[in-house]
Design a protein around this ligand. Structure first.
Ligand SMILES: *[C@@H]1O[C@H](CO)[C@@H](O)[C@H](O)[C@H]1NC(C)=O
Length: 152
């Protein structure tokens, strides 16, 4: 029964814990390289302040440069807003709202599609446990606490 109590404790803790940022692996398992569609990758994702981008790639093949919108469009790598990053495992904190443009500086790669644009939104206020009104969630937590007591 102790395991049931532990499970309930974990559920309660998860319900009240503040939302943590999401770490997005750019390109998922493919990483950052030629022949990956980053428009598709970014589509439907919601990026928020507090999230992180990770760019994984072979440092011999690519790098990561944050550029302006026009430089993104033109694949111009000479006026970095930030970077170039070149560790091959770059973690970039999304710490401000707004649009961000990243390109690979390697000759021809940005033109071939190694570029990603995304919009960072303000972090949502810490969600209440479920979308239930506070009174209902108190009842729910009391019920959970009671279950814990009964488990012993
Ligand atoms: C920018 O592009 C040029 C030409 O392809 C290349 O030689 C240079 O290394 C690139 N710079 C960066 C920072 O990636």
């Amino acid at each position: 029964m102790a395991s049931k109590a532990l499970l309930i404790t974990i559920l309660v803790a998860a319900a009240v814990a503040p939302a943590l940022g999401v770490d997005y692996m750019v390109g998922d398992g493919d990483g950052w390289k030629l022949k990956v569609n980053y428009i598709l990758w970014a589509a439907g994702k919601t990026f928020q302040v507090g999230d992180t981008l990770t760019f994984m790639y072979a440092p011999a093949d690519d790098n990561v440069i944050q550029v302006s919108g026009p430089d993104f469009k033109d694949c111009k790598n000479s006026t970095a807003l930030k970077g170039p990053y070149n560790s091959g495992n770059d973690k970039i904190a999304l710490d401000t709202t707004g649009r961000r443009w990243y390109i690979s500086g390697t000759q021809g790669h940005c033109e071939a599609g190694v570029k990603v644009v995304l919009s960072v939104e303000a972090a949502a206020p810490a969600p209440a446990p479920s979308s239930a009104p506070p009174a209902a969630s108190l009842v729910w937590m009391a019920a959970a606490a009671l279950s814990v007591v009964m488990a012993f």
